[in-house]
Design a protein around this ligand. Structure first.
Ligand SMILES: O=C(O)CCC(=O)C(=O)O
Length: 233
């Protein structure tokens, strides 16, 4: 597999700019995940195992996948009830996976739609690169900078303990923030480039939360795929 771009071609992880507080410690990327493969880097974060592979999908292939998913997925805008008031979730979503891989998000259990050929192909690539197995994928479509996702961890009971999350970014580059749950000020943010794969494994979800903040800067559409392994009912 060709993995051309290097991490060094990306902006370095900057100080934490998510939310009000400013960073106390700004971790950088340090250890190559596979020695010899300079495009895969492990973030230097305590209590976490997070790696970024910048060209998991080469650019034309990533655009083809973007177009296929933009056109072929039945994108829905969900509603959540917060303090008795119903609100639209600021992004469009879809849930696909193996039969029985049901998952609760936005407060509602969802049955998976079947794998499409494009999603199957993406899953194969992600599994090959990560050495992990996934049976479902949550898709998010951020239409512009008014769409985003608040602080949360992917720690729903159906994911089991120490869940592995493999997150593919397609389209506009958006800022992704990580914050330690207990150690105030321990936070960082990254730009997730088109075609990249972010892997969060081990104790990451137990100790850290993450967010994709809204932005006033004009940005195009972005599709995110988070591959997960859920318990089959
Ligand atoms: O869009 C992203 O990169 C984040 C997605 C995410 O946090 C999630 O699906 O739980």
């Amino acid at each position: 597999m060709r993995l051309g771009a290097t991490y060094e071609s990306l902006p370095k992880p900057g100080p934490g700019r998510c939310g009000k507080s400013r960073e106390i410690r700004c971790p950088g990327m340090s250890t190559p995940v596979n020695p010899g493969n300079e495009s895969a880097r492990r973030l230097d974060l305590d209590d976490a195992d997070v790696s970024l592979l910048v060209e998991a999908f080469a650019e034309p292939e990533a655009w083809e996948l973007f177009r296929e998913l933009r056109r072929g997925i039945d994108w829905r805008q969900e509603e959540v009830v917060i303090f008795g008031r119903s609100r639209l979730v600021p992004r469009l979503v879809a849930w696909h996976g193996d039969p029985g891989a049901s998952y609760t998000y936005s407060g509602t259990p969802h049955e998976p739609l079947p794998w499409t050929p494009a999603l199957e192909q993406a899953r194969r690539r992600v599994q090959e690169l990560s050495g992990l197995q996934f049976n479902a994928v949550l898709l998010n479509l951020y239409r512009d900078g008014r769409d985003g996702m608040g602080w949360h961890a992917d720690d729903e009971p159906e994911l089991g303990s120490d869940p592995a999350i493999a997150s593919v970014s397609l389209g506009a580059v958006r800022r992704f923030c990580l914050r330690h749950r207990r150690r105030k000020g321990l936070r960082t943010d990254l730009s997730l480039p088109h075609g990249s794969l972010l892997l969060m494994t081990g104790a990451t979800q137990g100790h850290w939360v993450h967010a994709l903040p809204k932005t006033a800067v004009p940005v195009g559409e972005r599709i995110n795929l988070t591959f997960r392994r859920v318990g089959i009912r």
